[in-house]
Ligand binder design. Sequence first.
Ligand code: NAD
Ligand code: MLT
Length: 554
Amino acid sequence: MSVATETTPNATAGETYRVIVLDDLAQEGLDKLDAASGIQYDIRTGLAGAELREALAGYDGAVCRSGVKITAESLEGNSQLKAIVRAGVGTDNIDKVAAARLGIVVMNTPAGNTISTAEHTMALLLGLSRKVAPAHASLKAGKWDRKKFKGSEVYGKKLGVVGLGRIGQEVASRAAAFGMEVIGYDPFLTRERAEAIGVRKVEQVSEMLPEIDYLTVHTPLTPETEGLISTEQVKLLKKGARLVNCARGGIYDEAALVAGLESGHLGGVALDVYPNEPCTDSPLFQMDNVLCTPHLGASTEEAQVGVAVEAVDLLVNYLQTGEIQSAVNTSVDPSALKSVKGYADVAYRLGMLLGQWHGGAIDKCELGFNGDIAEKDTRILVSAFCAGLVENFTDEANIINAELLCRERGIEFTRTENPLPGTFSSQIVAQVSGDGNTCSASGTVFGKNMPRLIKLGDYRTEAYMDGNLLVFHHQDIPGIIGYVGNVLAEEKVNIAQMAVGRQGPEAGGKAVGVLNLDSEASEKALSRVTENSAIDSARLIRLPRAGDLPDWLM
Ligand code: NAD
Ligand code: MLT
């Protein structure tokens, strides 16, 4: 692959985002980059290893196809890159977990090449059945051989389709138009949907193998689909079955294909994709009844323009507005996040508060969503809670990587939803535990965007989750608030707001005080507070000022 570099002429220093184009992209996509304001781009194809890592470190966004391999190593230490957009569907050439860990959103353009790939699948299926390629080669070599290239009809034959997503469904409808009977396997496809698209659904791949004449796969390459068709499955296939793969190399085990063709058990194999690409040397290329193309499924004028334009739009929009669309490494839906903005802020603040309050290694978080909020997308609120929790130990946390960072530290989450309202129309109840210590707190939103702490441990309160909090546990007796106020006054710390809460309804028991301070209380001030024998503990919790939102929530 050649290496080319080109820089947009319209980029203005100082107010630009830098974008790197890592694979060949249709001109229409580049034209969009040219036209976008505040975007400067370089085309640098053929990068790998250290060269790729160094290049990526200098860009805010990247656009690629399947050529470049963006590994964990190539992202290592990258604090600049914000998004990678794949012009196409498959993102198996990008280490999405490594990207998420660094807060880099990975997006793709899932629908742009569906039709092209479905059509290519049909082209391979028909080409294989009618021996188009060898007949053409023979004629070009000057031979007129009509016997050797006798093929077979697809009409009336059975086609097995594994993976009935976008492409699989388009293939199924085209196959039906050719008079084929379609049998499908996809664990995520309902029987009703299968019926609606004219597919007979089976519960396992092995169930369809003995009866089908053709097999085509349209799944992603995952640990479950890698080697989906190996020696054992080839043996189950009907003698003479023909196999097509326009999805990803590795779904069919190549050695099993070679053995199946050699023994004559397989009638033919057509491949567009290979375990290692580019691939110019495969034992299959030399065999009869094999039809291969160099990953051309999406190589049509229409698909390439479509995915390039969509990829550039996604990237530019994300860089300019922060709006995430079609992300594949984060479950955060920006519009859903917006719809729970106030509660996301509360969840985030609860995460920060409990992380600091607990102070040790947390291994379990239990989050409950009660009242109206239970009807919303509470997974986002879990992510927001995680962002608050991890903010205590890393400055690289955001809504995209936070949950992953927590899980990587062995923190487990449980989430419960109860739509029945309690004292408040909505509340988030959070509990963290680990190291033999458990801490809990509940929060809600007053008005539209005023985060409130309504319970801390066993104490009901109504405190502002705003800035520096001095939290002190004490005996519920006269004079305590005055005492703490005096200490802070002597330490020159101003109190902005205050709230107290009791464990039970009666005076004289245990209580908690939450003071919002205009500046941080020093260690000396905290230890002076606890000099009073009626005060059990005093701690400072650092939260953002009310209204100060993390970037991802702005
Ligand atoms: P899709 O996400 O719409 O569909 C994939 C389907 O596979 C889903 O319905 C999913 O439920 C199903 N699936 C996942 N795991 C499965 C399993 N273990 N068993 C059975 N089904 C399973 O994706 P798509 O757009 O249809 O793309 C399908 C594949 O085609 C992807 O691997 C993509 O990279 C590849 N692709 C190749 C080309 C090409 O140029 N050859 C072009 C586009 C897409
Ligand atoms: C895809 O996943 O979109 C295809 O494999 C096509 C491509 O690589 O561009």
